[in-house]
Design a protein around this ligand. Structure first.
Ligand SMILES: [Zn+2]
Length: 106
């Protein structure tokens, strides 16, 4: 198995990627989904981050291309964003670590 995607708390995106890969017939499994949603201020070791794994390493490149396509950000998305709760978040975060709100579209 080979890890193709890791996220701290964007499990919905991880599930979306998993579905996309399965649609292409690429077997994959998600693990550590319980690692998401850690309490504010709690440090989650990256080993416990939700992760998507491709079962067949030979299909990794194909899977990675799909993941890159879905997760590719426009330049606008590269800017930090501000959550409704007032927290400023780096673009890599798909959800607010403070209140759990998802990053607004656009
Ligand atoms: Zn927030």
């Amino acid at each position: 198995m080979k890890s193709v995607f890791t996220t701290l708390n964007d499990v919905p995106l991880l599930n979306r990627l998993k579905e996309a890969l399965e649609l292409k017939g690429i077997a994959c499994i998600a693990r550590n989904l319980n690692g998401a949603g850690a309490a504010a201020g709690e440090v989650v070791p990256i080993l416990l981050w939700p992760e998507l794994l491709v079962m067949n390493p030979l299909r990794y490149d194909e899977a990675k291309a799909i993941v890159d396509e879905i997760t590719s950000f426009s330049p606008r998305d590269a800017a930090p964003w501000k959550c409704g709760c007032g927290e400023e978040l780096d673009s890599v975060f798909g959800a607010c670590w403070n209140c759990g709100s998802a990053k607004p579209e656009g």
